[in-house]
Design a protein around this ligand. Structure first.
Ligand code: ADP
Ligand code: ASP
Ligand code: MG
Length: 439
């Protein structure tokens, strides 16, 4: 019986939010005994570290001043969060970590080089800092707690910035570095996002990768449940910033949340799901700031409370249409395939919708269609997700909700859980809000 709790960047952003985290952990420890806490860097710190890493390779960057800003932020948290018995130790850990960071950045400046490996080494410092703050706060308030370095547990390949986990080595490492503490009813605090390769070099799992860390550790220790603590009360029926009437979904299947995460509902990293699915571990999404809210439970089995459970939006996208063969040619280009959202084709004609999150991707698509007879148009895609997303009556309801808009196309039946509605970019939010009425 062990539980993994993951706290995201906004949950560990300040002394006040970390105190909230500390309370949640202490309460769960009283109820469940041994548990693992996976923490993200304080909000904004990973971005600051990545900027620092890039700047370090350039002459003239004041590395010391930038490191001092990071140190000051974390010392302020230590002062406000950690009771006096453990404060000096917390301050010393922060100072030691930032000194290590500064030495690293200074050597990058000497070499005038910023490699993917050095980006990972620098970026991983955010999680080191937040985890030491939380473990000091827990220890100072009497919670039996130990900090375990994620680099000792999460073993990956050497694909810096996007490392792939080796589940067998990670399982073995978790058995030696984590499980004995859980058996002794301790809280293990560790860093999200980071791991190490076969040569012991620090790697990261990609942006937002702390969710993946939680699932990987959950699978490795055979957790009974993985809890993702964030700043919203679960997975919402739409991004609450775009649809004010969006509400938390009580339960979702793994298949649905994976689709939602793939198609723009950024609340969970898609890879979170894989180790949890394989080990049939329920994932609970909870709100750190309103812990009494029930949140969303994600289960391996299908759940049904209506035809559609959520809508999400991908934009900007490009719709490429024309001859079947030419569309296939564009869709199968290696550098476009990873951004391909959906395709549809008959014997003669075809369309492909490609997500173009930045100018480079838009240019890549424009280059790919140059010299063909294909047409290309900017668009947005609303994805309607649910157990009956591909049923004909669901499609009919979608059509009637959007009668007043110019719908470019509806692709249904491609995925059992999602229906893709292609609209003009200018209509995207309105279409999303209209389709949310079906949820
Ligand atoms: P954390 O820092 O805790 O990992 P994230 O910022 O990665 O949190 O994810 C939580 C955010 O995801 C929310 O604040 C919300 O704005 C956004 N979000 C997007 N789509 C959804 C959705 N369908 N349900 C809930 N949150 C969503
Ligand atoms: N701190 C990392 C990031 O900002 C990982 C995470 O928060 O999940 O991407
Ligand atoms: Mg996240």
């Amino acid at each position: 019986m062990s539980v993994v709790l993951k706290f995201g960047g906004t949950s560990v952003a300040s002394a006040a939010t970390l105190e909230q985290v500390r309370t949640i952990v202490a309460q769960e420890h009283d109820l469940s005994g041994g548990l693992v806490c996976v923490v993200s860097a304080t909000a904004g710190t990973t971005n600051a570290l990545l900027q620092l890493a890039h700047a370090s390779a350039l002459p003239g960057t004041d590395v010391a001043a930038q490191c001092e800003a990071i140190r000051a932020r974390h010392l302020t948290i230590a002062d406000e969060l950690v009771p006096v018995s453990h404060r000096a130790s917390a301050r010393e850990c922060v100072t030691t970590l930032v000194a290590e960071l500064q030495r690293y950045c200074e050597s990058m400046r000497t070499l005038e080089e910023c490699t993917p490996a050095s980006l990972d080494a620098v970026a991983s410092m955010g999680e080191r800092l937040s985890s030491t703050l939380l473990s000091h706060a827990l220890q100072a308030t009497g919670v039996d707690c130990v900090e375990v370095r994620a680099t000792n547990v999460i073993h990956t390949d050497s694909t810096f910035m996007q490392a792939k986990v080796d589940p067998v080595r990670t399982h073995d490492a978790a058995s030696s570095f984590i499980v004995p503490h859980l058996t002794a009813n301790r809280v293990v605090v560790t860093q999200g996002f980071t791991g190490s390769d076969a040569e012991g070099r620090t790697t990261t799992l990609g942006r937002g990768g702390s969710d993946a860390s939680a699932a990987i550790i959950g699978a490795a220790i055979g957790a009974t449940r993985i809890e993702i603590w964030t700043d919203v009360s679960g997975v919402f029926s739409a991004d609450p910033r775009l649809v004010p009437s969006a509400r938390p979904i009580a339960s979702l299947s793994f298949a649905e949340i994976r689709e939602l995460a793939l198609y723009g509902a950024k609340v969970l990293h898609p890879d979170t799901i894989l180790p949890a699915v394989e080990h049939d571990i329920p994932v609970l999404v909870k709100n750190t700031f309103t812990p009494a809210d029930p949140g969303t439970v994600i289960l391996a089995q299908p759940v049904s409370h209506g035809a559609l459970h959520a809508v999400s939006l991908m934009r900007p996208c490009c719709v490429v249409s024309g001859s079947h063969d030419e569309v296939q040619g564009v869709a199968s280009l290696d550098h476009l395939r990873t951004h391909l959202l959906v395709t549809g084709s008959s014997r003669e004609h075809g369309i492909a919708v490609i997500h173009t999150p930045d100018a480079k991707h838009a240019t890549d698509v424009a280059v790919a269609v140059t010299g063909t007879t294909l047409t290309m148009e900017q668009c947005a895609v609303v994805i309607c997700t649910g157990p009956d997303a591909s049923r004909v009556d669901t499609t009919a309801n979608i059509v009637s909700k959007l009668a007043h808009l110019d719908v470019h196309g509806i692709l249904t039946g491609v995925s059992p859980y999602s229906c893709f509605v292609v609209v003009a970019e200018a209509d995207a939010v309105e279409a999303l809000q209209c389709l949310h009425q079906l949820v």
